[in-house]
Design a protein around this ligand. Structure first.
Ligand code: ADP
Ligand code: ADP
Ligand code: MG
Length: 491
């Protein structure tokens, strides 16, 4: 095993990786930009690799700087986390060239899966069910022709897209001409790659993905995660096991994921994403994320596994001391992503100083967050505050635990999506499982009568505690007796 590992990332995922490293007696060095020099990962790590500057481009995305400094520091392996350089094959190549291990798939595998068109071709080779659509670069005229065959609505996707970006919804043939042009220029701007393809839109679908781990010889799976609760193609709530889909189908999805990964002798941790068509009861390959994912804790909660440790074992070429039969699933886990955003003002980011933050605790409660009192949410990076994960014996109990835990999550100084998540979790749709990936795009959450008063009420609650007799739940903000709360200077 390694003695010294660099975590080339920031925020909660940096802290998460540092924790596993230190747990196994490995020295953890972490990258830190100027604003992150006083952040929790920098404070907790055994060493800091300083990246002067603020913008991601000048710091966490500067490949030569990170690799040069890593060499100087005698780093043996680099963990890239998710986002930033995690799926950048040039980074992986530069790291390997410097005789440092890259904790992730091979650069070749990253290239193949980073390009969604190539990934679709691998799915064809491995007989994985594929969403009807195109599988090669086509001319403008050819795309128009193909669109008639596929039918409408359909999606135009950027081959290099990710993070819910680079997807355009097209309702009818009349819109195609214009949407192709828009999709191309958008993809060029966002990913510096204007290659696009088209795919049939699957209505009322669920997002189901499989956690895999490979060492080149064998592929293990750690079960599935359901990430159907999304807003604008971005995941908000993730859970395992997947609700509403028969276990027989879920097992088929596991097998498809393993076979696809086998097809390229996949190395390290990855996720094979699928869409499940609820009307047709069919599943289709979506894409592969060649990295550890944001929502990996959900899997860790129900399997008792440390997936970061498994990544280290594979990367260091050590034997995996587990087999598929030993990977057991217990109970139900749900994760909610909490962002510094104002859900009542179209989710505009709410950067600023966190005055007070008090993360909930409890049996079966896990909070992955690098945010603590006085911490600044800067406009430079992702405004995620934390991931709240709960584990209980079944789904109903997990939902109840998540709802009550959210009630006791105290944050002041910035707007958060806690009230919004709380509304969703308490809603009948979530409880019954009767929703699809677009459900949230179609509903508007009730705006409290007085948004400012509401913000102050949260601050009051956070500093002074929950009003014991008047209300006993913070969740239904619109249900609050707002007149109870003090105004202005009283806070
Ligand atoms: P996950 O499936 O792990 O939830 P996401 O798609 O939400 O993954 O992306 C994880 C992180 O990586 C997010 O912070 C997202 O903004 C970032 N990300 C993913 N793909 C890209 C991309 N192509 N360009 C920029 N950021 C990306
Ligand atoms: P990204 O790389 O941005 O994660 P994905 O291809 O994984 O892109 O798609 C992200 C989300 O967009 C999916 O989880 C799903 O909600 C929606 N989506 C993608 N493709 C389709 C499709 N063909 N039909 C319906 N929804 C889709
Ligand atoms: Mg995806």
């Amino acid at each position: 095993m390694y003695n010294r590992v660099l975590v080339a990332n920031r925020g909660e995922i940096a802290l998460r990786i540092i924790s596993t490293l230190q747990d196994h007696g490995i020295e953890a060095i972490v990258t830190a930009s100027d604003p992150d020099m006083t952040g929790k990962p920098a404070r907790v790590a055994d060493g800091i690799l300083h990246l002067p500057g603020e913008s991601a481009l000048n710091t966490y995305l500067d490949i030569p700087l990170i690799v040069d400094k890593a060499k100087d520091l005698g780093i043996q392996a680099v963990h890239p986390g998710y986002g930033f350089l995690a799926e950048n094959s040039e980074f992986a190549k530069a790291v390997i060239k410097a005789k440092i291990d890259f904790i992730g798939p091979t650069p070749d595998q990253m290239i193949k899966f980073g390009d969604k068109i190539q990934a679709r071709n691998i799915a064809i080779k491995t007989d994985t069910p594929l969403i009807p659509g195109t599988i090669e670069i086509l001319s403008h005229e050819e795309l128009l022709e193909e669109s008639k065959i596929i039918g409408f609505p359909l999606l135009i996707k950027a081959s290099a897209g990710g993070g819910g970006r680079g997807i355009r919804f097209v309702n009818s043939f009349e819109e195609m001409e214009e949407q192709i042009a828009l999709a191309k220029s958008e993809a060029k701007l966002a990913f510096n790659d204007d290659r696009i393809y088209i795919e049939k839109f699957i209505p009322h679908s669920r997002h189901v993905e499989v956690q895999i781990l490979g060492n080149g010889d064998e592929i293990l799976h750690f079960g599935e995660r359901d990430c159907t609760m999304q807003r604008k193609n971005q995941k908000l709530i993730e859970e395992a096991p997947a609700p509403t889909i028969s276990r027989k189908t879920v097992k088929e999805i596991h097998n498809s994921a393993v076979e696809l990964a086998m097809g390229v002798k996949y190395q390290n941790a990855g996720t094979v994403e699928f869409l499940y068509d609820q009307a047709e009861k069919k599943y289709y390959f979506l894409e592969v994320n060649a990295r550890i994912q944001v929502e990996h804790p959900v899997t860790e909660m129900i399997t008792g596994e440390d997936l970061i440790w498994r990544q280290l074992q594979v990367s260091a070429g050590l034997d995996l001391d587990i087999s598929q039969e030993n990977i057991r699933f217990k109970g139900h886990a749900i994760e909610a992503r909490i962002y510094a955003e104002n859900a009542y003002k179209n989710f505009t980011p709410s950067p600023g100083r966190i005055n007070r933050i008090s993360h909930p605790i409890g049996a079966g409660v896990r909070v992955d967050s690098a945010v603590d009192d006085g911490c600044e949410i800067t406009p430079f990076y992702d405004p995620m505050i934390s991931k709240l994960i709960v584990h209980a014996h079944n789904r109903d109990a997990a939902i109840h635990k998540l709802a009550t835990t959210l009630d006791n999550y105290l944050v002041t100084g910035v707007h958060t999506t806690i009230p919004y998540i709380s509304e969703i979790v308490r809603g009948d749709a979530f409880k019954s499982g009767d929703y699809h990936t677009k459900s949230l795009d179609n509903v508007s959450i009730e705006i409290p009568d007085d948004v400012e008063l509401f913000a102050r009420a949260i601050a009051a609650f956070s500093l002074k505690g929950k009003p014991k007799t008047v209300v006993n739940s913070v969740s239904g903000v619109s249900r609050w007796k707002t007149s109870f709360w003090p105004r202005g200077d009283e806070l």
